[in-house]
Design a binder for this molecule. Sequence first.
Ligand code: DC
Length: 225
Amino acid sequence: MSTIRVAVDGPSGAGKSTLARAAAAALGFLYVDTGAIYRTVGLSARDQGVDPGEETAVAAILPPLRIELRYDESGQQRMFLNSRDVSEEIRLPEISRYASAVSALPVVRDFLMETQRELARKHSVIMDGRDIGTVVLPDAEVKVFLTASAKVRAERRCRELEERGTPQPFAEVLQDIEDRDFRDTHREAAPLRQAEDAVLLDTSALDFQQSLEALLRIIRERMVL
Ligand code: DC
């Protein structure tokens, strides 16, 4: 049987990773969080003291990088950088900024393209990112553009930060989300945009369970077409 490819794109904080992971578990597909791969490159730039906006400097650190995705017993994706587990470190706010900057560089996007495509050739996947339906897997069987208003995304993020014991003021979180949205949608290389054949799923008024059901419905409908 050939593999099924589900592309889930959308802005940061829309709940893509939680929803895509849960949908992948329900369907028995591999979940691939491509943001984590960009974050790993961002971390490497930070560790090596490289300006993440300098294309030539970033290009120089790419060839020796060994970036691996591994899956633990519970199916959770873990990121390894040169054999070091960096799964927690890449979630630091500072690394979000590095990831956003390096992801705007064509040299980085080209470097990571084959890794992402290779995963989708070997497994049925739900891959989440910004350009999966438009650039990485333009022939994906299912494409979903998952979004929510900036205000709702900031509220969700604030709750998450509070639960983690690292609360941040709402205004700051909202500003951060708006800045990242702007950078991700205005960059020249593979900007965030909805693919023409993607189904729009706005979760602003939905809770987690409702969002998951809606996502699974979209995927199942497309799979039987
Ligand atoms: O989804 P995330 O917030 O973990 O992604 C981190 C950064 O990487 C974000 O600024 C957007 C970028 N990214 C990208 O450009 N293309 C992808 N396919 C995934 C993430």
